[in-house]
Design a binder for this molecule. Structure first.
Ligand SMILES: Cc1cc2nc3c(=O)[nH]c(=O)nc-3n(C[C@H](O)[C@H](O)[C@H](O)COP(=O)(O)O)c2cc1C
Length: 158
């Protein structure tokens, strides 16, 4: 499997925080890989995983531990159009709020993680969990995580 020259960050968000984190990474980590694209999950299905890219799933949590509205179609398609995703390598950024939602904390990201693993995709490294209760600057936390994660992820796919 050749090392991908693109990082594709798929964003599930309701009020924009996950998108801000992804955009901060796009700007900050441009020197680490050929290109970085931030794409909101709206209207996507499993075909998004056909690209020759390294992926980051960056999603918040809504409802009672659900994925955000704009991520519903993609998440559902992983059930409705299941197919082997053994070629997919991804990192995970899961946003939530442990004070308000202790029982379903950051579950939106965990849902994607479990479903992708079921389909054979391989998560690289530990997820970054961004807790709105404890993390004041999620963009800075996201950039710091990615600067460490991305070189290791690229080395793992080499
Ligand atoms: C109506 C509502 C429901 C939420 N449900 C959860 C939840 O079940 N678990 C959790 O960890 N966070 C939950 N959150 C918190 C958000 O996931 C968190 O604030 C996140 O940073 C928002 O990111 P976003 O702006 O990208 O949507 C909820 C927030 C709202 C407003």
């Amino acid at each position: 499997m050749p090392t991908p020259s693109k990082l594709l960050i798929l964003v599930g968000t309701m009020t924009g925080t996950a998108d801000y984190v992804a955009q901060a990474i796009e700007l900050d980590c441009a020197d680490l890989i050929g290109s970085i694209e931030v794409r909101k999950m709206d209207g996507l299905d499993t075909s998004v995983f056909d690209e020759d890219a390294l992926y980051v799933i960056c999603t918040s949590t809504y409802g009672s531990g659900d994925v955000p509205d704009n991520a519903q179609a993609l998440y559902a398609s992983l059930d409705a159009q299941p197919r082997f995703l053994g070629h997919v390598r991804y990192g995970l950024i899961a946003l939530g709020d442990s004070a308000q939602y202790p029982n379903t904390f950051a579950n939106g990201g965990r849902l994607f993680d479990a479903r992708l693993a079921d389909l054979g995709a391989v998560r690289l490294g530990e997820p970054l969990v961004l807790d709105a209760f404890t993390v004041d600057d999620p963009e800075a936390a996201g950039m710091a995580w990615c600067r460490e994660w991305l070189p290791q992820a690229l080395a793992a796919t080499a």
